[in-house]
Design a protein around this ligand. Structure first.
Ligand SMILES: Cc1c2[nH]c(c1CCC(=O)O)Cc1[nH]c(c(CCC(=O)O)c1C)Cc1[nH]c(c(CCC(=O)O)c1C)Cc1[nH]c(c(CCC(=O)O)c1C)C2
Length: 365
């Protein structure tokens, strides 16, 4: 496939049988009928896979995100092993922020750690706007992957302004997001300036991935569930809307995900999503009632259930498929990322089970 044919305009009308745009995953995102319920797993590339641990043993996390040949290999691993319906680019939400000039590292066993946290207007100015030249390795990896994946769609992603702001203001992972909220409530102008800048970086990063050929994008606002709906609407929604509505004409479905967001599901849909990710706390039929019939849902198996005996896993998969029927489109996934201690064979079995149960139902009409 040439560069021209992977462009947005071509993909928009590209629903030729067999192409990624006609895959069960993209069809479900667009609320079209599918031969089976598509399934992929957040954090499907990662420490649950021995082949991933082997590659990463000698390469630090951020460096592995900057080496296209490693990104390609790691992204493909779960597709080969599990037969999932979509690949997700191997990267991290802090990759574009590092490219924007923020000094940070991803520390094993901890996560992102920022050398000098962002807490003043001058700090915000240290976050530069980015272009493709700042993330050439992402552009290159996506182009390689689109060729390697053939008919399997590739999901691009980025962190949403609130979740990124939390790492930048706290300086690292936080349970309470206390410093972030103190800044948000204490200096609303500075808060919005920070989120404006992060929305700009995020939008640019997603556009690079779309130009390079990803078939869908997911905006991770993992920690938005820390806020009330009123505060979410006031402090966060405008910025996530700037990102998602900025991609309204990009021709790819937009997935919006967070954890603990039962009260925010309606607002997260309003931000301009085609698909809303739901964690395990809200049944998919209830979630659909909150999100509305004009959006698909993604989720929502509790990642901890994968550590239980198989009959428990099987019963939960059946329940979620059943409740997912209330939605106009359902992408099966976990409610959050795969835990490192998960047996990868269980993931493979879940993919087969989702396909088997849902295609039997499709056969019956
Ligand atoms: C595999 C991995 C990643 N990031 C980190 C790791 C662990 C590094 C290691 O192997 O040591 C550090 C890494 N990066 C981050 C964390 C979380 C730290 C915390 O608890 O705050 C860790 C351990 C921050 C991060 N990073 C990400 C999020 C949003 C998703 C989520 O909520 O889990 C968040 C919050 C996105 C992310 N990060 C990653 C992906 C890969 C694609 C896939 O899903 O297969 C994705 C989508 C990759």
């Amino acid at each position: 496939m040439t560069t021209e044919t992977t462009g947005t305009a071509a993909r928009d009308g590209d629903s030729r049988p067999g192409g990624p745009a006609d895959s069960p995953f993209i069809r479900a995102c667009r609320r079209r009928p599918t031969p089976h319920t598509p399934v992929w797993f957040m954090r499907q590339a990662g420490r649950s896979l021995p082949e991933y641990r082997e590659i990463r043993a000698s390469v630090p996390m951020l460096e592995s995100c900057r080496r296209p040949e490693l990104v390609t290999e790691i992204t493909l691993q779960p597709v080969r092993r599990h037969g999932v319906d979509a690949a997700i680019l191997f990267s991290d939400i802090v990759v574009p922020v590092a490219a924007a000039g923020v000094d940070l590292d991803i520390v094993p066993g901890t996560g992102p750690v920022v050398a000098e946290p962002i807490r003043t207007a001058a700090d915000v100015q240290r976050i530069r706007p980015i272009t493709r030249e700042d993330v050439p390795y992402v552009d290159e990896a996506v182009r390689q992957l689109v060729v390697e994946l053939g008919d399997t769609p590739l999901i691009g992603f980025a962190g949403a302004p609130f979740t990124l702001a939390s790492y930048l203001v706290e300086g690292g992972p936080s349970r309470t997001h206390a410093k972030t909220k103190a800044l948000m409530y204490g200096d609303e102008e500075l808060w919005h300036a920070l989120c404006d800048r992060l929305a700009e970086v995020t939008l640019a990063f997603l556009r690079v991935q779309i130009e390079a050929g990803v078939s869908a994008v997911q905006l991770f606002d993992s920690w938005a569930g820390a806020l009330s709906e009123a505060d979410y609407r006031r402090y966060v929604l405008p910025h996530s809307t700037a990102v998602l509505s900025g991609l309204a004409h990009a021709g790819v479905p937009r997935i919006h995900f967070g954890v603990g967001t039962a009260e925010l599901l309606g607002a997260m849909g309003e931000a301009g999503a085609d698909v809303v990710g739901v964690d395990w706390r809200t049944p998919l039929d209830v979630a659909t009632g909150r999100i509305g019939a004009d959006k698909a849902v993604q989720g929502n198996l509790d990642p901890c259930v994968l550590l239980a005996p198989w009959p428990v896993v099987e019963a939960e998969v059946r329940r979620i498929l059943e409740q997912g029927r209330a939605a106009p489109g359902h992408v099966f996934n976990l409610g959050h990322g795969v835990l490192p201690e998960t047996d990868p064979e269980v993931l493979t079995r879940v993919v087969a089970l989702v396909h088997e149960l849902s295609s039997r139902r499709a056969d019956q009409g």
